[in-house]
Ligand binder design. Structure first.
Ligand code: FES
Ligand SMILES: [Fe+2]
Length: 386
């Protein structure tokens, strides 16, 4: 249930005052803590808020067998066992601390991760199951991160205080029939995932930076626990295959934490549907990767002629459309990157009436910072519709 709540139900403070007051009364919706006002202007409170964060594509994992990367301030390794289960683990061996990644000589043999130092072997549960010269020590176990795989994208759960996952990513976007493969592009930024995710409700920037016009919110921005939904429409003119086309677009953005934003895109004039993901992964407290992923639905016919597209078989047409759309999204993000790279965090921004639901978004995000959670270890559940 999503309910309207113009004021905190516990202290009756109008929501717009919570930030200026800067102290939570402890009510369900009053999520702003005193700690959040003590921070400086450079970042939201923690570089690594709780959530599901992208690790790798399943395709890359299968091709490379074993990968290593920096992820949420950790060194991690990821591999697939023989049954196709994806494993994401701390990269350091419990025996004598060797890095288990391929750059050190770690490898996967018969579905087991083999340490390059003394040859301890770890199965998909992280348990050491064999060594070359003695029985495996029972307490030799890798720290594993819980995973979810959505449309071939592998995510792992992160909590800086070791909480088990308190929300899941939606699995209803997994149907692949009639959709192109997911195209991927990665950017490296000096930013924070709250900054990049906030753009999904920052309606003013779409017209000013990206040149969209007639940008308008569809209905309310709603929050139900870890899920925020924002729907809006816009028009834009873009050069495509030597011509200039007008697109009339509706989007529904589903945000689940700061690492995962999924956007359903419907273009009304051609028409077509595509799915777009914006996946922010903090690396080390300074750098983060921003992955753009896109797939497009095959359609039997196009209503509007686009230089030759209508004559192509639908599978090839969808593939070409997916490429064009992803390149367009890359250009949009290239416009955002210089801003993100040098932006500071304003806990109390000065807003105007066309700015969109920035403060609602900030309160939504605050539930993922450990310092804003109840001492019992559970996040406060936020419900709102504004
Ligand atoms: S450090 Fe890994 S087996 Fe010894
Ligand atoms: Fe943008």
């Amino acid at each position: 249930m999503v309910r309207r709540s113009p004021a905190c139900p516990a202290c009756a403070a109008p929501w717009a005052l919570w930030y200026s007051r800067g102290v939570s009364c402890g009510g369900e919706l009053c999520l702003v803590s005193a700690a959040s006002t003590a921070q400086d202007d450079r970042r939201p409170t923690s570089p690594f808020p709780d959530g599901w964060y992208f690790v790798a594509s399943r395709h890359a994992l299968c091709e490379q067998t074993l990968i290593e990367r920096k992820w949420l301030g950790q060194e991690i390794v990821a591999w697939c066992d023989d049954a196709g289960s994806v494993c994401v683990a701390d990269a350091y061996c419990p025996h004598l601390g060797s890095h288990l990644g391929p750059e050190t000589g770690g490898k996967v043999r018969n579905g087991r991760l083999v340490c390059p130092f003394h040859g301890f072997e770890y199965d998909a549960t992280g348990q050491c199951v064999a060594t070359p010269n003695a029985p495996a020590p029972r307490n030799a176990k890798l720290k594993l991160f819980e995973t979810q795989v959505i449309n071939g994208l592998v995510f792992a759960w992160w909590s800086s205080v070791g909480q088990p996952p308190y929300f899941r990513l939606p699995l209803d976007r997994r149907d692949e029939d009639g959709w192109t493969a997911v195209g991927l592009r990665t950017f490296r930024l000096t930013s924070h995932p709250e900054h990049t995710a906030e753009n999904s409700v920052d309606l003013a920037h779409f017209s000013y930076i990206h040149g969209y016009f007639d940008v308008h919110q569809h209905g309310s921005v709603t929050v139900d626990g870890a899920h925020l939904r924002s729907a809006f429409g816009f028009k834009r003119a873009r050069p495509v295959l030597g011509g200039r086309l007008l697109f009339d677009v509706s989007v529904v953005t589903d945000v689940y934490g700061m690492g995962y934003s999924a956007v359903d895109i419907t273009e009304h004039t051609i028409p077509f549907k595509s799915r777009f993901w914006v996946l922010a992964t903090p690396l080390d407290g300074t750098y983060m990767d921003l992955l753009l992923a896109n797939q497009t639905q095959e359609t039997d016919r196009v209503r509007r002629a686009i230089v030759g597209l209508g004559f192509l078989p639908k599978r090839i047409r969808a593939k070409l459309m997916n490429y064009i759309l992803l390149e367009g999204q890359v250009k949009d993000v290239e416009q955002d990157v210089p801003i993100w790279n040098r932006r500071v965090f304003r806990p109390r921004p000065v807003l105007n009436s066309k700015d969109g639901k920035i403060m609602l978004f900030r309160r939504y995000c605050s539930q993922f910072y450990p310092e804003n959670q109840n001492t019992g270890g559970q996040p406060r559940r936020m419900l709102a519709s504004l």
